[in-house]
Design a protein around this ligand. Structure first.
Ligand code: CA2
Length: 145
């Protein structure tokens, strides 16, 4: 099994700004933790980050030929992007939506997700553990098929 982990806009700032909201782990720390869990689960992983919506759409389309599912932290695209929703629906692969912060406890505009109702599940509010829980859930869902 192979899973792509997608990080949306601005997530490269992780660990460098707003530690009270997003914690002190860097994006590299997140990727290493995901890689370690993936190895335990016997799953291959690859990572992609972009600040550009179109680049993320292109990646989803291109990666769909080689992966079994996606763990996605869409960043602010969560709350704005019908295009990302359509791209993920279009490739017909399971995906989990993950967020470092608890978006339900923040500004009202973060409460709506264009992806949550078409994701196999969502994990919010656990920092790096949101990615790890999301990966576990996705792998078990794919294994059952
Ligand atoms: O909590 C999350 O994971 C978010 O996806 C992060 C997004 C935000 O727009 C979503 O509502 C929730 C923001 C990503 C920007 O990342 C930063 C990290 C550190 C410092 C500044 C921005």
């Amino acid at each position: 099994m192979r899973i792509a982990v997608v990080h949306g806009p601005n997530l490269r700032l992780l660990g460098r700004r707003e530690p009270a909201v997003y914690g002190t782990d860097t994006l590299e720390d997140v990727d290493r933790a995901v890689e370690a869990l993936a190895a335990q689960l016997g799953t291959e992983v690859e990572f992609f980050q972009s600040n550009h919506e179109g680049a993320i759409l292109d990646f989803v389309e291109e990666a769909a030929g080689r992966v079994d599912g996606f763990v996605v932290n869409p960043g602010a695209l969560t709350h704005t992007s019908v295009a990302l929703r359509d791209a993920l629906l279009g490739v017909e692969l399971p995906f989990v939506e993950v967020h470092l912060s608890n978006t339900a406890a923040r500004e009202p505009f973060r409460r709506h997700s264009y992806l949550a109702d078409v994701a196999v599940g969502a994990v919010y509010g656990f920092g790096v553990h949101s990615y790890l829980l999301g990966l576990r859930g996705l792998v078990s869902r794919i294994d059952k098929k």
